[in-house]
Design a protein around this ligand. Sequence first.
Ligand SMILES: Nc1ncnc2c1ncn2[C@@H]1O[C@H](COP(=O)(O)OP(=O)(O)OP(=O)(O)O)[C@@H](O)[C@H]1O
Length: 434
Amino acid sequence: MGQTLLQLQNGELQGAVSLKLSENLSHFPLEIFDLADTLEVLDLSFNRLSALPPDFGRLKKLRIFFCSENHFKVLPEVLADCPLLDIVGFKSNQIETVPAKALNPNLRWLILTNNNIATLPDEIGQCPRMEKLMLAGNRLAELPETLSQCKNLGLLRIAANKLHELPQWITTMPKLAWIAFSGNNFSKTPAVEKLSAINWHDLEISHVLGEGASGVISKANHSINDEIQEVAVKIFKGDVTSDGLPEDEMMAYIAAGFHPGLVNLIGQIALHPDDKKGLVMELIPHHFYNLGNPPSLESCTRDVFPAERILTEQQILGIARIIASLAAQLHSAGIMHGDLYAHNTLIDDEGSALFGDFGAASFYNQLHTELVFVLERIEVLAFGYLLDDLLKLYRQPISGKTLQTIEMLRDNCLVADPQKRPSFKDLVNALTDI
Ligand SMILES: Nc1ncnc2c1ncn2[C@@H]1O[C@H](COP(=O)(O)OP(=O)(O)OP(=O)(O)O)[C@@H](O)[C@H]1O
């Protein structure tokens, strides 16, 4: 819950560490400076701001600043005046200009999704801590080569831009593990075999099961001939998400094909009254639960786990085998998942796993052999982190041949040089041999 401007003006928020104001503000309320001695997190998203005051740097303790859904055309230079600022979010503004000076060298996580940015300054390479860079939904035709100096870059979102090619430097990045690049000039979605069409009129929608960034999922009854089948229906919202375009998500999911580690698709929706796109899927059985939660502001690119999550050796091996085999299948079809994470994995107590969320998936040209090799190894690094998470969830000292072998595989996946990492096929073989 946010606070109110009135509370701020009445001095009721003295000593606040965190402030969230969303009241259609067209000017930065100067009373915020009264909190300068304590304020670490400021969220001014969903207002009408287009500028920050010149003395913004008085917020000396500020670490996190969100300013999404405002009216900025220029990323403010004063962001660089806050010495501790390392998370900055300006999603869905109208930013065209990113001045070199605005790029605080302390940045670790920068969100510029859904703006009008055509170029980025070379100085972005002078942000050595940069770990998560969200640039989807802009007008970028190229990326600065200097980004290759950001050796801590782990997650890069560049989908839905105007890039002519994937930059060569991504092949040498030691920590890059998650990348999404669909919807660019160079990335062509191949002709994907159509799923069977399911008429909207043959579906009886009951209640909402959940909502993701790209769509809403509901439970439904599907009448086929005289039978009724319970299914899940995902209707896509249609807007660009921080990971890319819903259209690409749908195509990648269809192209992934059948796999025991996927929530399998039954059909594609036809004749939706609002012409929306949608998929009909199997219902996820009730005994499955989330393996992990998405990264926190502190963990940045690594998932976080509830204290009660404890895995058995059987689960660790089962999950590792299923995900490796699914990732091998995706890469043999030229698909980069781009979001290989525990938080996209559902598990059960027996070691089964269902992997989902194709929101960041991208197709790549399989003829480009050098690139194909490295793209797979980027995802192998993400798999290495997943193995690391699984092993930590054993919550006991690692012993026994099975877990020690998985530890060794994890270390092989995590090597800094992408060329030296195993392929998913290598991993499947090694995990099958255990
Ligand atoms: N086939 C299904 N059967 C039952 N529930 C489902 C099914 N698919 C999705 N859900 C429910 O809907 C929620 C949203 O799913 P969805 O795949 O769109 O998004 P997500 O991956 O959780 O989030 P995001 O796309 O924002 O990362 C899930 O967390 C789950 O609770």
